[in-house]
Design a binder for this molecule. Structure first.
Ligand SMILES: C[S@@+](CC[C@H](N)C(=O)[O-])C[C@H]1O[C@@H](n2cnc3c(N)ncnc32)[C@H](O)[C@@H]1O
Length: 311
């Protein structure tokens, strides 16, 4: 895809109705030859909207007004480009636990959780967060993760987790303020509730930090999986990760994960992890597919706001 198409598609598929500020910026960048030429000096993987907008937010630049944003990026391009080269989009959204929970709670307990592409590991605490599925609350405490659930009943209880580990090419540390600042900058401007959720989830993780290993989801998965304790169900899971992984490595990962004991949960864009015979998504806009052991079971929205069960 050309850079203009990347920004146009981002505006239409991901931000429309979800972040008016980023929708405006994406459309403005898509039609701005000067900004596109600057972005095209970066490697293809570094031209993404979330990375550009996150870096500008991190550096204190404006993201509400496209003209002010444009002026900032052009005036500060060397710094913006340098940050984009060394950073990656590692949005860590604890809210995604709300769409994982119905599947996790139905597996044989207790669980040994292994998340690939874990970022700071905030999705490794599904047993510690509270959930609100309509008028049904599951668990106590903070953060409370709201999710619209259709087609299945909310789980009655949270899973029991006896081991949790994450694998990431660049693990982030929730006890390091600089890493938390980057996670905060990656949250879209209007999403104050997600910022509060990040603080609350980071406090949960910081109180009992997970085992986070720096490594690749293919090369380093077997060794980490081998550390899971006997007597617990190993669950390898990932959410919004495979779009960052080149297609041949995605195939290597899905072949590998099927050879491991236990279960595999994927919550991914179906254009990067395709499934046969998917029903129509329940609404317009971006959806992930939740799949258990390669079998698709539900549509989910990007930050865990809703789940529509179809199997
Ligand atoms: C968008 S973040 C999602 C984080 C988390 N799964 C969540 O849902 O909140 C994707 C993560 O995948 C990691 N990642 C990308 N390629 C990877 C690879 N080959 N092996 C391990 N982690 C990878 C990135 O570093 C990043 O932290």
């Amino acid at each position: 895809m050309s850079t203009t198409d990347i920004y146009r598609v981002f505006a239409e598929r991901e931000t429309r109705g979800v972040s008016p500020a980023y929708e405006r910026l994406s459309r403005a960048v898509a039609g701005d030859p000067e900004l596109l030429a600057l972005l095209d000096t970066l490697p293809p993987a570094k031209r993404q909207p979330n990375l550009l907008f996150g870096v500008v937010r991190l550096r204190g630049g404006p993201v509400d007004d496209p003209a002010a944003f444009r002026a900032y990026v052009i005036a500060h391009w060397p710094d913006v480009a340098a940050q984009m080269r060394v950073r990656a989009t590692q949005t860590n959204e604890a809210g995604r636990c709300a769409v994982l929970l119905p599947v996790l709670a139905a597996l044989p307990q207790p669980l040994a959780l292994l998340e690939v592409g874990a970022s700071a590991g905030l999705c490794l605490y599904p047993d510690r967060y509270a959930y609100r599925y309509g008028d049904r609350q599951v668990g106590e405490g903070e953060p409370v993760l709201d999710c619209d659930l259709t087609g299945t009943d909310p789980p009655r209880r949270r899973p029991e987790v006896v081991w949790r580990a994450g694998l990431d090419v660049n693990p982030l540390d929730v006890t390091d303020p600089a890493d938390v600042a980057w996670l905060d900058a990656l949250i879209w401007p209007e999403h104050r509730h997600r910022r509060e959720r990040l603080r609350a989830a980071a406090a949960v993780a910081a109180a009992d930090p997970p085992l986070l290993v720096g490594g690749d989801l293919v090369d380093d998965l077997p060794a980490l999986a081998a550390q899971a304790p006997a007597g617990a169900t190993l669950v390898v899971f990932h959410s919004s990760v495979l779009y960052q992984v080149p297609p041949p490595r995605r195939d290597a990962f899905t072949a590998l994960v099927r050879t491991l004991p236990g279960h595999w949960i994927a919550n991914e864009d179906p254009s990067v992890l395709p499934h046969a015979d998917l029903p129509e998504p329940p609404a317009e806009g971006f959806h992930n597919v939740l799949a258990l052991d390669g079998r698709p079971v539900a549509w989910t929205t990007g930050h865990g706001q809703s789940l529509t069960w179809f199997r």
